[in-house]
Design a protein around this ligand. Sequence first.
Ligand SMILES: NC(=O)c1ccc[n+]([C@@H]2O[C@H](COP(=O)([O-])OP(=O)(O)OC[C@H]3O[C@@H](n4cnc5c(N)ncnc54)[C@H](OP(=O)(O)O)[C@@H]3O)[C@@H](O)[C@H]2O)c1
Length: 234
Amino acid sequence: MFPDKKWAVVTGAGRGLGKTISLALAKEGLAVLLVARSEEQLKSVADEIKAGGGCAAYLPLDLSNPQAIATAFFDTYSDKIILAVHNAGIARVGRLAEMKAEEWQAVQDVNVRGPFLLTQKLLPLMPKGSQFVFINSVAGKQSFTEWGAYCASKAALKALADTLRAEVQPRGIRVTSIYPAAVDTPLQDTIPYDWDRTKMMRAEDVAEAVLYCVRQPQAVRINEIDLENSAGTF
Ligand SMILES: NC(=O)c1ccc[n+]([C@@H]2O[C@H](COP(=O)([O-])OP(=O)(O)OC[C@H]3O[C@@H](n4cnc5c(N)ncnc54)[C@H](OP(=O)(O)O)[C@@H]3O)[C@@H](O)[C@H]2O)c1
């Protein structure tokens, strides 16, 4: 353990937005605790951070499993975690009339219950002045045909973050939600649309928004950042 380091916990850190955010935070001087299920991907990101002179550790964890979150060991990071980025998320699309309940629930479990339970776990370890950043989506504020499960999860995530913001304000802890439109990440491979990925935002664009929050003085709290595609809606 690096006793003097300040840590950021990033979920979904093995690829896509979480990987890029983790690399950016490491460059910013934070030690990064990488969380997702795929140990191989987490190790690869940790190696990349270390090769660049940064500091990283990883924790394989299935955020859809409440028991796994309950038993995950974060206590060695007590008072050292100054940033938690709730980024892990999945998308399952389909019209509500046809969507299986299990599919609906899988989306809610990762996108909402996971961040809720992980917040309960991390909050006691985070000192005054620390920050939560929730990677939400344009779908947290707007609904789209075939995206009912995802939109419901992200709208709930907005409510979770808004409530947390009010509850932790007396402790000097800040909560930001970032609402990106389409970003070119591996998530796009999991959905059945033939969208032009060259017109989408890049993961670096979202990472830049996270850095913007991290760089604010303690007196400034950014509640929301909307990142829309200048090319229009996909
Ligand atoms: N890409 C977009 O267009 C877009 C736009 C707006 C918002 N977002 C949001 O941005 C976030 C990141 O998306 P992305 O595009 O980077 O997705 P991605 O490329 O599919 O990566 C998702 C990450 O989440 C992890 N993850 C998934 N299920 C998990 C579970 N049960 N437990 C722990 N980790 C899990 C994955 O790792 P494992 O599979 O190894 O667990 C992976 O590291 C999501 O919340 C997404 O909703 C994305």
